[in-house]
Design a protein around this ligand. Structure first.
Ligand code: AP5
Length: 208
């Protein structure tokens, strides 16, 4: 089974959703830069204060803030790891390559029109980071997380105008990583429209 997996794909492609399933079923440790940054913002740390304005605008947080943070977190992991939201620029990918060999880059491919509808209807748990959708993945009780009972909220950057900016940023800065990992021979692209469980079946084949 692959041990170091980069989850690639535009905002809303299902990196968090599929990453959560891989963690539940196979015990991978999921390191999500987005979750870490949102926690830092909530806690008002130095990192959070610096990152907030970029995140609110749908822009990327500067590489120097992210690379150091991720190198530290990666060192602490023993066993299979999912990198969700990292890497996002060629500079980040080069920096990761210095400390770790990537076994698999899973690229979740979804058209932009579907991403906008997925993100504007997403609800997230601030306590355990589980993600839901108002239509395709409803919580059992409205507004309450199935896993931990947390009160679900809408992320500030899931408003339509910010989502459009995030998609532009993705196409400009992160899409080039598809070629980057293809050249390294580790890329698997998964067409990711359709049912969450059907996509997970393809993911399971890819990690073998
Ligand atoms: P981050 O939190 O990483 O956001 P993102 O990459 O934009 O990804 P998302 O979390 O929005 O989407 P996802 O692919 O995980 O989709 P999900 O599974 O939730 O980053 C946020 C910000 O932090 C960035 O904008 C940037 O500012 C900063 N940042 C983070 N990392 C950085 C880095 N490395 N460098 C610089 N800055 C960084 O699914 C979305 C919705 O769709 C959910 O509602 C879900 O239920 C639903 N859904 C999932 N699959 C399906 C399906 N098959 N059918 C229907 N609905 C589905």
């Amino acid at each position: 089974m692959k041990t170091t997996i980069v989850l690639l794909g535009p905002p809303g492609a299902g990196k968090g959703t599929q990453g959560e399933k891989l963690t539940d079923e196979f015990g991978y440790v999921r390191l999500s830069t987005g979750d870490m940054l949102r926690e830092a913002v909530r806690n008002g740390t130095e990192l959070g204060k610096k990152a907030k304005e970029y995140m609110d605008a749908g822009a990327l947080v500067p590489n120097d803030l992210i690379i150091g943070l991720m190198k530290e977190k990666i060192k602490e992991v023993d066993g299979g790891v999912l990198l969700d939201g990292f890497t996002r620029t060629v500079e980040q990918a080069d920096a990761l390559g210095e400390v770790m060999k990537v076994d698999l880059a899973l690229n979740f491919d979804v058209p932009d029109e579907e991403l906008i509808s997925r993100l504007t209807q997403r609800r997230s748990c601030p306590d355990c980071n589980a993600v839901y959708h108002l239509v395709t993945k409803k919580p059992k009780q409205d507004g309450i997380c199935d896993k931990c009972g947390g009160k679900l909220y809408q992320r500030d950057d899931d408003k339509e105008s910010t989502v459009k900016n995030r998609l532009e940023v993705y196409h400009k800065n992160t899409q080039p990583l598809i070629d980057y990992y293809e050249k390294k021979g580790v890329l698997v692209t998964i067409p990711s429209t359709g049912a969450i469980d059907e996509i997970f079946e393809k993911v399971k084949k890819a990690i073998q």
